[in-house]
Design a binder for this molecule. Structure first.
Ligand code: ADP
Ligand code: MG
Length: 140
């Protein structure tokens, strides 16, 4: 298995409830290493650009409103099979369908306010990491 980088966001519902440390514990206990991290307030333009693939979906406007509603923590995670591994650790998009022990099962409020984002492919991970981080920000 290859060592990969994936991109993560701790979303505004989670920062609002002061869950950054608890979510980071789940990430680290799963064997993923946080190799870059910063807390930022997304601009509307950044949120629209980041979620551009969803712009035709009915929930796009609400999703952008939600993502700019408070601070987020953007992260790069490193580990074996990190992209698929983090998707497992996150759990299903809708917390009602998420497995026990996953971040979304533990913490998500709803299908929208679901506490975390994680890249869905290695290709998208590289694009998403580059959206927020320079190579020199990533310290493995
Ligand atoms: P995931 O984050 O699991 O990869 P998607 O890429 O399908 O899920 O959707 C991106 C984000 O859009 C979700 O994490 C969630 O915040 C929001 N979202 C997805 N589906 C819905 C929905 N039906 N209603 C409201 N928000 C949604
Ligand atoms: Mg997605």
């Amino acid at each position: 298995m290859a060592i990969e980088h994936t991109f993560s966001i701790i979303k505004p519902d989670a920062t609002r409830r002061n869950l950054t440390g608890k979510i980071n514990s789940v990430i680290e206990e799963a064997g993923l290493r946080i190799v870059a991290q910063k807390r930022v307030r997304l601009t509307r333009e950044q949120a629209e650009g980041f979620y551009a693939v969803h712009k035709e979906r009915s929930f796009f406007g609400e999703l952008v409103d939600f993502m700019v509603s408070g601070p987020v923590v953007v992260q790069v995670l490193e580990g074996e099979n990190a992209v698929a591994k983090y998707r497992e650790v996150m759990g299903a998009t809708n917390p009602a369908n998420a497995e026990e022990g996953t971040i979304r099962k533990l913490f998500a409020e709803s299908i929208e306010a679901n506490s975390v984002h994680g890249s869905d492919s290695l290709e998208n991970a590289a694009i998403e990491v580059a959206y927020f981080f320079a190579q020199t920000d990533i310290v493995g």
